[in-house]
Design a protein around this ligand. Structure first.
Ligand SMILES: [Zn+2]
Ligand SMILES: [Zn+2]
Ligand SMILES: [Zn+2]
Length: 704
């Protein structure tokens, strides 16, 4: 007993101890207990990051990743500070609630603000560009052959085009082009276009003027138009010509019209529609087939009686979009405006694209991506999935081109893919990461090693087991090692890439990403009250009118001074608008037949009473005659509440006095300087809340 008392004196909360004993069922306490044999205080073993050059974590979940992340935002950030990391990133699943906590620690370390979104690859539009006044009268269907896939690094070897006027094929254009480089063997096999065939042909800049003349301002059509137009635009750009014609993609058109068709490759659709395709992969033949496909499909949708070209886009169904595959995607704010765009995306995903999860359409991310950095995320990301689904490299290239940087993660993170039989073994997991690294090199994208942190230390995985088994995950007990890793732990993890590449992806590239990102503040300093034109005057008029109505004209001195003092400080500090909003909401609700409760300190503002926001009257206790307006005030503190005054008749006119006044100083509401942020709490009836929200939208405009 003495021994244990003595020991306990030296132990405080948060200490670490090494305990040795037997777990037994204690029949006396009726629960499982530890029968202690020895106990020793020990040093907590906190990992340190001792590398001279340190990594930066770019993918991290806090507790705000619901039912998934287990560590406190502040604990995670504190660790990054202790390790001397230059920055740390917050990327919770679809939400940003960890930002305020993170911001609190932003003085000690740079915080990179982001999110891990559930992206959906909504179908691309069928027709793009300025479609105003465009009908179905003229099209130029084009196709190109090239020396490779990159519009920037590869060259055009042939252009073929077909002009359609009023539904008839009218004219054709076919031109071989000398690319000025050797055509790769693989391409020669595919297209049949050899170096000899183009040796005597003009180069692209000689060809473009006549081609420009051929297309005029027609609607351009191509199969997988992103590819052809990428090259066309790139080459015209070199001679300072911009191509602004609308573009129709028969690939998207086909996807919309034949949703059940598994592949929409040109030759397969041609076959499906019984369109001849003689020399597949020679430009003019492909263009002719595409033209015939276009005409057939337009004939098929004739019953829709489309008048304008833009109506073609209605062939897509939005329900399909929302239910499609979701891909994890990391989105980081590059600067303050990026942060705002991130908020827009997140609101949009919760309000307009919620289907089990808040989803983010790729097209909307694309529109707002200017100040954002987009990372390829984990094995649930679009790129990793495309690789394990063995998608054709053209598709993978297109996916890669969407991202600003690519992520690779520790093999342990993805080991469940082996258990599920999707990936053979760890070697194959290594190969996938190598492939992502190579894709990054080829597309000139930074590749970074990220931890996809879901808990702080290795041993914290036990907490995540609980969250996972609560959600009935059968592998809850097989937690991946999603802990926050030191630089050397991460270097070890990626050592199979070789020392140099490991250092590049773990340290150098994470620093490069950090350097692109400016410091942001999620919640700016200061207050931003809304504005309503003339609110100051309106508040003065409303409250003075009501005061005169109740207390007579001229106002009793005590009423006049209180009201004036309040109005002066409210208006001076720019808070009149808050009163006016509350006043409008309350009077609208009462007008519609629903009482409103006000609560809290607003009852100490006489101006609030006199604008109908609250029924609590903060003046000193008083009698008031409703008929002749005679008043009697009790300012000596002898009465606490006007309601406690004895009944009394007005000595002037004999009416029964009204009793009011709760004796609350205005300072309770706006502080001693009259500049405390006003807090007007209103309780609307449950079924009226939606209406109140709508009315607020009506007052300020939707989305404000
Ligand atoms: Zn997660
Ligand atoms: Zn993920
Ligand atoms: Zn994640």
């Amino acid at each position: 007993k003495d021994q244990s008392d003595n020991f306990l004196k030296h132990v405080k909360e948060g200490d670490y101890a090494l305990i040795h004993g037997d777990i037994v069922y204690d029949t006396y306490n009726k629960e499982v207990s530890l029968m202690l044999k020895s106990l020793e205080l020990i040093q907590e073993n906190i990992r340190e990051d001792n590398e001279p050059n340190k990594r930066i974590e770019l993918h991290l979940h806090t507790q705000m990743s619901a039912m998934d992340g287990v560590s406190h935002t502040k604990d995670l950030i504190q660790r990054a500070i202790d390790w001397g990391h230059e920055a740390i990133t917050i990327t919770d699943h679809a939400v940003v609630q960890a930002f305020p906590d993170a911001m609190d620690m932003g003085k000690e370390i740079k915080i990179i603000y982001g999110v891990e979104a559930y992206m959906i690859n909504d179908k691309k539009e069928i027709v793009n560009g300025n479609l105003e006044g465009r009908k179905f009268d003229d099209f130029v269907v084009l196709d190109i052959e090239t020396t490779g896939l990159s519009p920037k690094n590869n060259k055009i070897t042939e252009i073929g085009a077909i002009k359609i006027i009023n539904g008839e094929i009218a004219e054709s254009y076919s031109q071989l082009i000398n690319p000025g480089v050797v055509i790769p063997e693989l391409i020669v096999k595919l297209t049949g276009i050899t170096d000899e065939m183009v040796a005597e042909k003009p180069n692209i800049s000689e060809v473009l003027p006549s081609f420009k003349e051929f297309i005029g301002d027609s609607v351009l059509v191509a199969h997988n138009a992103t590819f052809d137009m990428g090259f066309i635009r790139e080459n015209f750009k070199a001679i300072n010509v911009s191509i602004d014609n609308p573009v129709l993609d028969t690939l998207e058109l086909s996807r919309a019209v034949f949703p059940r068709l598994k592949s929409h490759k040109l030759n397969l659709i041609a076959k499906h529609l019984k369109v001849d395709l003689l020399n597949h992969h020679r430009a003019v033949d492909d263009a002719l087939a595409t033209a015939n496909i276009l005409l057939k499909i337009l004939e098929m949708v004739q019953d829709k009686k489309f008048q304008n070209l833009s109506e073609l886009n209605t062939l897509k169904s939005s329900a399909e979009i929302t239910k499609g595959d979701m891909y994890h995607t990391i989105i980081l704010a590059k600067n303050q405006s990026g942060l705002k765009d991130l908020y827009k995306l997140i609101s949009d995903s919760h309000i307009n694209y919620f289907h089990r999860k808040p989803r983010m359409p790729k097209s909307i991310i694309t529109k707002l991506r200017k100040n954002l950095l987009i990372g390829s995320a984990c094995e649930a990301g679009e790129l990793y999935k495309a690789i394990i689904r063995n998608k054709p490299s053209s598709e993978i290239n297109e996916i890669v081109s969407f991202y600003d940087y690519l992520e690779i993660q520790p093999l342990g993170n993805n080991e469940h893919l082996i258990r599920d039989g999707i990936v053979k073994n760890r070697e194959e997991l290594e190969l996938i990461n190598r492939r992502i690294y190579d894709l990054g090199k080829r597309h000139n994208k930074l590749v970074v090693a990220t931890g996809d942190v879901h808990f702080l230390d290795k041993e914290d995985e036990i907490y995540r087991r609980i969250l996972m088994s609560g959600q009935k995950f059968s592998d809850a007990d097989l937690q991946p090692p999603l802990y926050f890793r030191t630089t050397s732990e991460m270097l070890d993890e990626f050592s199979y890439l070789g020392e140099e590449i490991a250092e590049e992806v773990v340290i150098l590239n994470t620093i490069k990403i950090n350097n692109i990102i400016e410091e942001c503040i999620p919640i700016p300093k200061g207050t931003f009250p809304p504005k309503i034109e003339g609110a100051d005057e309106e508040l003065r008029t409303i409250s003075e009118e009501m005061a005169i109505n109740k207390y007579g004209n001229p106002l009793p001195e005590i009423v006049r001074t209180r009201l004036e003092r309040e109005l002066d400080s409210i208006i001076k500090n720019g808070y009149a608008v808050m009163y006016i909003i509350a006043q409008k909401l309350v009077s609208k609700s009462i007008e519609d037949g629903y009482l409103v409760g006000s609560r809290g300190s607003v009852g100490s503002s006489f101006a609030a009473t006199m604008s109908g926001i609250t029924e609590v009257n903060p003046l000193p206790p008083h009698y008031i005659c409703a008929k002749c307006k005679k008043t009697e005030f009790f300012v000596d503190g002898s009465i606490a509440s006007g309601f406690d005054l004895p009944d009394k008749f007005c000595p002037e006119c004999g009416e029964l006095y009204v009793k009011d006044g709760q004796n609350i100083p205005f300072e309770v509401f706006l502080g001693f300087e009259g500049d405390k942020e006003p807090d007007i709490d209103l309780n609307f009836a449950g079924e009226y809340q939606l209406k109140a929200h709508k009315y607020t939208e009506h007052l300020f405009g939707e989305g404000k």
